[in-house]
Design a protein around this ligand. Structure first.
Ligand SMILES: [Zn+2]
Length: 369
């Protein structure tokens, strides 16, 4: 049963309301979504919580940031947050091939793709590479690094540069062609079709992918099967307890079927027999199928200005983070723009920035990044 308890009046869907801040092309793709998917009711209803299997939810929103319909619920039993009606297979294909890029206001000219690729390498790919390498030492002579939903392949670039064997899998042929021009070994296809019979990946990267999938349990099962038994899975998703605090409406996205926090994603991973090595509320998680003893004492981060700042910020974050607050109440506070939540949001984001940066710099000093 679904109980309606929207975060506020603006979370009610109104098909006639046109968000003023959208570009003309975004408005057009929004109308395409309403006509071709919503009006034709191309949805699958989710009756059971993907995490605990129970069927009582609280509906917190009917819309997302571009005022498209998006029923978002929180499980009354386990606090899993997800969309209670997702696009069916046909609508999903249609959305990602005909609507998604324009809706997100993406420029697909060659120059724009090239520029974005360079930016993504510098701003995100190297920091992610340093972060993962901080916890696990991979061997560039033997280990295979795979990314699913790799887009242009930017995340794989640092690994490729360090001499690793890389493989990226992406549905968009245009991005695959682009990445292959950069020698990144990208394949066009669906990851469910892979089996890696000869050589299983030692690291699988899923960066801003898991929130988009239709069936999280099926995906986690498949990942477990694909990975080397002592391999690692790196997941990054926009955490609801970090990214949604400023304004939950801006955080909700029609393409996101799941809204993870540290708690609900950790539970799902454990349910699928993954052992967690590192996890935070950002959300970044590093986990492994192996149940052998993993050294859970995090690797030492050398002293730096970033480390000192991160430690001080963490102290404040821990002090002002409301204890035992339900996800609903936290989002409601974010929606009401409470002073405490605004401060928490700022400090938490600054903490993550300095913490990740302190790890990156330690790698640079060791000559590894
Ligand atoms: Zn549940």
């Amino acid at each position: 049963m679904i109980t309606e308890q929207l975060l506020s009046g603006r979370y009610k869907f109104n098909k006639d309301f046109i968000p003023p801040r959208l570009l003309e092309t975004q408005q057009e793709s929004r109308i395409l979504f309403l006509n071709e998917i919503h009006r034709k009711n191309k949805y699958i209803r989710i009756a059971e919580c993907p995490s605990c299997g129970k069927g009582d939810f609280t509906k917190i929103s009917e819309v997302e940031r571009r005022c498209l319909p998006s029923d978002i619920v929180i499980c009354d039993f386990c606090e899993m947050c997800f969309k209670s009606s997702i696009l069916n297979f046909e609508a999903n294909e249609y959305h990602y091939s005909k609507i998604s890029y324009a809706l997100r206001g993406k420029d697909l000219s060659s120059d724009a793709i090239e520029k974005l690729f360079a930016e993504r390498i510098e701003l995100y790919a190297y920091p992610r590479y340093s972060f993962i390498s901080h916890f696990v030492e991979f061997d560039c002579d033997s280990d295979l690094i795979v990314e699913f939903g790799c887009n242009d392949g930017a995340n794989l670039f640092p690994w490729h540069e360090k001499g690793f064997n890389v493989l990226g899998v992406e549905l968009d042929p245009k991005m695959v062609e682009f990445g292959n021009r950069k020698n990144l070994n990208l394949n066009c296809g669906d990851f469910f079709n892979y089996n890696f019979a000869e050589k299983k990946p030692n690291l699988i990267i899923l960066s801003h992918v898991l929130e988009h999938v239709s069936d999280i349990n099926r995906v986690l099962d498949k990942l477990y099967e694909l990975l080397q038994p002592d391999g690692y899975l790196f997941i990054e998703v926009p955490g609801i307890r970090s990214h949604a605090l400023g304004d939950p409406m801006i955080y909700f996205d029609v393409e996101h079927n799941y809204y993870f926090d540290l708690n609900n994603l950790s539970k799902l991973l454990k349910k699928h027999a993954f052992n967690i090595v590192f996890a935070d509320e950002f959300v970044r998680i590093l986990c492994t199928p192996t149940q052998n003893n993993i050294n859970l004492s995090y690797r030492y981060v050398p002293l730096s200005i970033d480390k000192i700042k991160a430690n001080i910020l963490k102290l404040f974050v821990d002090i002002i983070t409301p204890q035992n607050r339900s996800l609903y109440d936290l989002l409601k506070e974010g929606e009401c723009n409470s002073f405490r939540i605004r401060v928490l949001n700022k400090l938490q984001m600054m903490y993550f920035q300095h913490y990740y940066s302190s790890i990156g710099k330690s790698r640079e000093r060791n000559g590894n990044a």
